[in-house]
Design a protein around this ligand. Structure first.
Ligand code: ATP
Length: 517
């Protein structure tokens, strides 16, 4: 199936099964704003717990914080967001559609990558087992030609970004004949900068209200609380502060579902270190974060690092963790070494000293920061994209039938166990309910007695429930049930008393963390 179709199906599936709804849908929706339904909120909460526990429980030098969305407006002056939190936008004059110039160019480069991949795929099929991919990539003229084109664009792109040269960004779009996907024309406006912050007014005084912003990132709440946490927690460097919260950006292009939203949620951790130690910590956090992603078992090949083409002026290292979405490899998380820029800026703009006395070095300094910043919603999308499967499975009378199954990592699945009485009589519902009542304190269980067992299995497959147990007449006699495993559909008879241990082993985050360490 074409990746575009997979994505469309995924979006429809999210709605049909209560994962994600368009915001204000009955009023025709609000662009790039989404609500999470009954299953979505469970998955989202599990993602947040997986992140939070991996930061705050597993590291005794990382503590949490929950700072407010509104902050003093000078915070955003100090952080550079008022002056420079911009995206380069470009309009197509015929379709009147607006695009991010940098994204158009990134997509253009991705097209050359896709051409190369196609050549490699074709050749691999042709040559079979004797295929030497590395050699093919190095010597095939078509591959070389596409790589050279991409390289040429890449060099111009990086230079234009670094020089802040908006005319050159436009020129790349013109030179490589990028067309608007809607109108199909190359009739482009100039490239302009657009600030992404939402502003509103707070209070009403005689002098007028205070202009405040909806935070575009959670990180600044951590920086301005650095001293509060360090002093009250008697924290010694190196240490980190973790926070999960909403962020808001007036994104120019609102496409790709929950990948790019105007209201979204971030999980950020700022790790404060002594000057000179930041690059070591940058490498450590890169490795730790990649391990965290891969531990979910969606496939190691789906992740890659992508170093930034343009380093922010205050950063001395930056990389993204990208996941292979149905629309290509895309950023899910950023890891940045931000030097002492943020704390120094807040020191300067607030006029308050922000420094740390290091007893080992016997000196005071402004700490350096390594941050890990991941979007909950993008993580959610990557998990769903990696889990969505359509399969042909054995059905009745030797025929096959198709099923849609979300092969979610069991620790993240919204429902861990569905308990299904075979019939609605003979005491089976009561026995089923007593199992739910027993296990619901340990993990999310669902009771379902409606429709045939086959239909009930399909419903649970579609929301990614890793285990279903069926209660039949034998269960009442010998206290055993049939447990069905979602991915293999294998069934086995087990004692009711063993259910908890069996399921806990697969759905518990603690078990996953133990394996990771
Ligand atoms: P992009 O280049 O895709 O706009 P970014 O580099 O601006 O993203 P950061 O500022 O590094 O993103 O934000 C950290 C994380 O927050 C991102 O890796 C992403 O997961 C998430 N994020 C950023 N913007 C959005 C958005 N508009 N919608 C959903 N998640 C977002």
């Amino acid at each position: 199936m074409a990746q575009e179709d997979v994505f469309k199906k995924l979006v429809a599936h999210c709605k049909e099964y209560g994962f994600v709804f368009q915001s204000s849908e009955i009023y025709d929706g609000l662009g790039a704003v989404y609500d999470y339904g009954q299953n979505g909120v469970e998955l989202k909460n599990n993602i947040k717990k997986y992140w939070w526990d991996s930061m705050v429980l597993l590291n005794d030098n990382v503590v949490g914080l929950d700072s407010a969305i509104f902050m003093h407006p000078t915070v955003w002056k100090a952080s550079g967001h008022v002056d420079a939190f911009n995206d380069p936008l470009i309009d197509n004059k015929d379709s009147k559609k607006r695009y991010r110039a940098d994204v158009l160019i990134e997509d253009l480069m991705a097209k050359y990558d896709a051409k190369v991949d196609k050549e490699v795929e074709k050749a691999a099929k042709r040559f079979g087992e004797s295929f030497d991919e590395a050699m093919f990539r190095e010597t095939n003229p078509r591959v070389q030609e596409n790589l050279a084109k991409k390289d040429e664009i890449h060099q111009r792109f990086v230079k234009a970004l670094n020089d802040n040269d908006l005319a050159e960004l436009r020129q790349i779009i013109i030179d490589y004949e990028v067309v608007c996907p809607i109108s199909g024309t190359k009739n482009w406006t100039d490239v302009r900068q657009f600030n992404l912050m939402f502003a509103t007014e707070m209070g009403s005084t005689a002098d007028g209200a205070l202009k405040v912003y909806l935070r575009p990132e959670t990180a600044q709440g951590i920086f301005v609380n650095f001293l509060n946490v360090q002093k009250t927690g008697r924290m010694k460097l190196p240490f980190g502060i973790a926070q999960i919260g909403k962020a808001f950006r007036n994104e120019i292009v609102a496409r790709q579902f929950i990948f790019r939203m105007r209201e979204f949620e971030q999980m950020e951790m700022q790790f404060f270190v002594a000057p000179g130690e930041e690059l070591n910590w940058f490498e450590k956090w890169k490795e730790t974060r990649m391990k965290w992603h891969k531990a979910l078992g969606l496939g190691d090949h789906k992740y890659r690092f992508h170093d930034h083409d343009k380093l922010a002026h205050y950063a001395n290292a930056a990389t993204d963790i990208e996941y292979e979405m149905p629309f290509g490899f895309k950023e899910v998380e950023g890891i940045h070494s931000r030097t002492d820029f943020d704390l120094s800026q807040h020191q300067q703009f607030s006029g308050k000293k922000i420094s740390y006395f290091d007893p080992e070095r016997n000196e005071s300094y402004v700490p350096y920061v390594v941050e890990t910043s991941i979007g909950v919603d993008r993580m959610f999308l990557s998990i769903l994209a990696g889990s969505y499967c359509e399969e042909e499975v054995p059905g009745k009378d030797g025929k096959t039938e198709s099923r849609v199954v979300l092969k979610l990592p069991p620790v993240l699945a919204p429902v861990k166990l569905a308990v299904l009485p075979l019939v609605k009589k003979d005491g089976l519902p009561e026995l089923a309910r007593s199992i739910v009542d027993d296990l619901k304190f340990h993990f999310n269980c669902q009771y379902d007695e409606k429709d045939s067992i086959g239909k009930r299995y399909r419903r649970q497959d579609a929301v990614g429930t890793p285990f279903c147990v069926t209660i039949d007449h034998q269960s009442a006699e010998d206290q055993t049930v049939t447990i069905r495993h979602r991915d293999t559909m294998a069934q086995e008879r087990v004692k009711i008393a063993d259910l908890k241990g069996l399921i806990m082993e697969k759905v518990s985050m603690t078990e996953l963390f133990k394996k990771m360490q």
